[in-house]
Design a protein around this ligand. Structure first.
Ligand SMILES: Nc1ncnc2c1ncn2[C@@H]1O[C@H](COP(=O)(O)OP(=O)(O)OP(=O)(O)O)[C@@H](O)[C@H]1O
Ligand SMILES: [Mg+2]
Length: 203
């Protein structure tokens, strides 16, 4: 059986983590072995880098951020993603490289040509089989995260930052239309889930 690599994308508060769990169980009840993981993170080193990236108090240069993201990704591919795919498993990953292009590229101004180089260096042509982009306006994402929640470095960004990130995701979706599927994530959870189920039914 062939492995299947699915990534979940969207701005903060779009509903990625909400639908991730359902997606994992969707494949499990169909007899597949599923690995649910996330970026940055997914390995002990990756989770340490995640802590540095999300919880650091001071500013981190966006190119440094990009390098750390791809460093964590290299490790994640080596230790988790590639072995699982070789064993025929379904890998469902909360964020992957499209997020680096959207956040560090479109959000923070890192040149996409530089990110292209890192992507090739780290992935050597490996791409997700399917990317689900949960699309919401920045304000909706911000509202969903609420005001009571402790926010990480990215979640503290302003609405215009998230609108740039969203534009970055839409640009990626236009470039890779057969890989990236856009899901309107503005309606309620049940409606969004129906759109999701409709897409994954053919996998
Ligand atoms: N379609 C929806 N309608 C209303 N609320 C939703 C919807 N989807 C998710 N939520 C709620 O919005 C909040 C954020 O959802 P979730 O944590 O899944 O977002 P996320 O994309 O994983 O965010 P982050 O990037 O910060 O991890 C949660 O409280 C969740 O219950
Ligand atoms: Mg989440």
């Amino acid at each position: 059986m062939m492995g299947l690599f699915i990534t979940i994308e969207g701005i903060d508060g779009a509903g990625k983590t909400t639908h991730l769990k359902w997606l994992g169980s969707y494949f499990e009840v169909r007899g597949r072995q599923v690995v649910v993981t996330r970026e940055p993170g997914g390995t002990p080193l990756g989770e340490s880098l995640r802590k540095l990236l999300l919880e650091s108090d001071g500013a981190i240069h966006p190119e440094t951020e990009s390098l750390l993201m791809f460093a964590a990704r290299r490790e994640h591919l080596e230790r988790v993603i590639t072995p699982a795919l070789r064993e025929g498993k379904v890998v469902v990953c909360d964020r992957f490289t499209d997020a680096t292009f959207a956040y560090q590229g479109w959000g923070s101004g890192v040149s996409p040509a530089r990110l292209d180089v890192l992507e090739e260096w780290v992935q050597r042509g490996l791409q997700p089989d399917l990317t689900l982009f949960f699309d919401v306006p920045a304000l909706v994402g911000q509202q969903r995260l609420g005001s009571d929640r402790q926010r990480d470095r990215f979640e503290r960004e302003r609405t215009d930052f998230f609108e740039r990130v969203r534009a970055g995701y839409l640009d990626r979706a236009a470039r890779f239309p057969s890989r990236i599927r856009i899901i309107d994530a503005t309606p309620g959870i049940d409606i969004v889930r129906q759109s999701l189920e409709h897409i994954v039914a053919s996998y």
